[in-house]
Design a protein around this ligand. Structure first.
Ligand code: SF4
Length: 344
C-alpha cells in the first residue's frame, strides 16, 4: 500500500508556519500562502506571483501540490457533475457536484475503495485500496470550485467512496481546513460526515466541538435485515448504534440524520415503516429516504415512487421528520451507492 506524500493542502496553518520558519522564512508568510491556495485557488507555486521567487522555490522544493488530476468528467441531464480523479499512485476516486436551486453540494471521497462492502453500494465491490491524505480530500474541493461549479459550492458531504471514520484523522484535518477562516471558510454546519455506523467514530466526533452534521447509514430497522445489507452490523449492532446516536444528540444538542435505502419488499414495507418509526420517535433525529439506485452486481429492486411515498407518509403520520430524496446523477452512475471509480 502506498502512503500518500505530505503535500501542500495537507498542512494546517500552524504546520505551514512551522515549515516556513524551518526553511528560513518568516511565519507570517503562511497566511499569504493560504490566501493564494484557498482564496485565489492557485494551481501552482509559480502562480503565487506576489510571493518572492526565492520563497516559491523553497515551497516547491519541499511540498508537492496534491497529486490529483482530473481523468474525466460526466455531466448528468439534471446538472449533476461527476469527476473521476487519478491520484499520484494511479488510484482513482470520484467526486460529485450536485446543484439545486438553493445550494451547491459537493460529495467527496475519503478513501480509495472501501472495506465495508455494503450490499447495495458499488464503492465496496473492488475492495479497499488506501486512505486519502487531507490534501487529496481538499484537492477534490479546490478542483471542483475552480473548474466545475456552474454555481458556488455551499455544502460539503463526506458521502463519496470510503468510510470517513476509517480515515478519521485525515478527514477531520480536512474538515478544519474547509472550515478555517483563512482556509475555505465553509461553515461547519454545512459540512456533513456520513458513516456506516462506526461507533467509536461517532463517540469521537461528539468530542470535536464542531457543528458538523452527522449522518448515519441505517438502511434497515432490525438487525436481521441490516446485517444482510451491511456486514458492519455484526460489529456495531443496531441497538448499540442507536444508543450512541441518542447520546450524541443529547451531548451535542444536534440532530442526527439517518439514511435509509428503500428496497422493494425488503426495507420498503409497512412493517419496516412501523419499526423504523419506533426507533426514531421522541428524540432529535431525522430520516432521509433514498430509493435504491441500481448497481448491476446486486439483485435489489427499487420500489415505485408511489410505494416510496406510502412509506414516507407512514413515518410522517407517526411523527418522524423525514424527506424522500430524489435521485441525482443516476444517468451517469453518480447517484448514491453507484460510485465505483470507473474510467467511463
Ligand atoms: S455505503 Fe459507504 S461504507 Fe458501505 S460500501 Fe459504500 S462507501 Fe463503503
Amino acid at each position: 500500500m502506498t502512503k500518500p506524500p505530505a503535500d501542500m493542502c495537507s498542512l494546517s496553518l500552524e504546520e505551514l508556519s512551522r515549515h516556513l520558519v524551518s526553511v528560513g522564512e518568516p511565519a507570517f508568510r503562511a497566511k499569504q500562502v493560504f490566501n493564494w491556495l484557498y482564496v485565489k485557488k492557485a494551481t501552482s507555486f509559480d502562480a503565487m506571483s506576489s510571493l518572492p521567487k526565492s520563497l516559491r522555490d523553497k515551497l516547491s522544493a519541499g511540498l508537492p501540490f496534491p497529486a490529483l488530476s482530473e481523468h474525466s468528467r460526466h455531466r448528468s441531464d439534471d446538472g449533476t457533475v461527476k469527476f473521476l480523479f487519478e491520484l499520484h499512485d494511479g488510484q482513482r476516486i470520484e467526486t460529485v457536484f450536485i446543484p439545486t436551486s438553493k445550494r451547491g453540494t459537493l460529495c467527496v471521497s475519503s478513501q480509495a475503495g472501501c472495506k465495508f462492502g455494503c450490499r447495495f453500494c458499488a464503492s465496496g465491490i473492488g475492495g479497499f485500496k488506501r486512505n486519502l491524505s487531507t490534501g487529496e480530500i481538499i484537492g477534490q474541493v479546490l478542483h471542483a470550485m475552480r473548474t466545475a461549479a456552474p454555481k458556488p459550492i455551499t455544502h460539503i458531504v463526506f458521502m463519496g467512496t470510503g468510510e470517513p471514520f476509517d480515515n478519521y484523522d485525515q478527514v477531520f484535518k480536512a474538515v478544519r481546513l474547509l472550515n478555517h477562516p483563512d482556509g475555505l471558510n465553509i461553515a461547519a454546519r454545512r459540512i456533513t460526515i456520513s458513516t456506516c455506523g462506526i461507533i467509536p467514530g461517532i463517540e469521537r466526533m461528539a468530542q470535536e466541538g464542531l457543528q458538523v452534521e452527522l449522518c448515519v447509514s441505517l438502511h434497515a430497522p432490525d438487525d436481521a435485515v441490516r446485517a444482510r445489507l451491511m456486514p458492519v452490523n455484526a460489529k456495531y449492532p443496531l441497538k448499540e448504534l442507536l444508543a450512541v446516536c441518542r447520546r450524541y444528540a443529547e451531548t451535542t444538542n444536534r440532530q442526527v440524520t439517518f439514511e435509509y435505502i428503500l428496497i422493494k419488499d425488503l426495507t420498503c414495507t409497512k412493517t419496516a415503516a412501523a419499526a423504523l418509526a419506533r426507533l426514531m420517535k421522541g428524540w432529535l433525529s431525522k430520516v432521509n429516504l433514498i430509493r435504491y439506485n441500481p448497481v448491476s452486481e446486486f439483485t435489489c429492486q427499487a420500489p415505485s415512487m408511489d410505494e416510496a411515498r406510502v412509506f414516507q407518509a407512514a413515518l410522517e403520520s407517526a411523527g418522524v421528520v423525514c424527506t424522500l430524496r430524489s435521485a441525482r446523477g443516476d444517468d451517469v452512475s453518480a447517484a448514491c451507492g453507484q460510485l465505483r471509480n470507473k474510467r467511463s
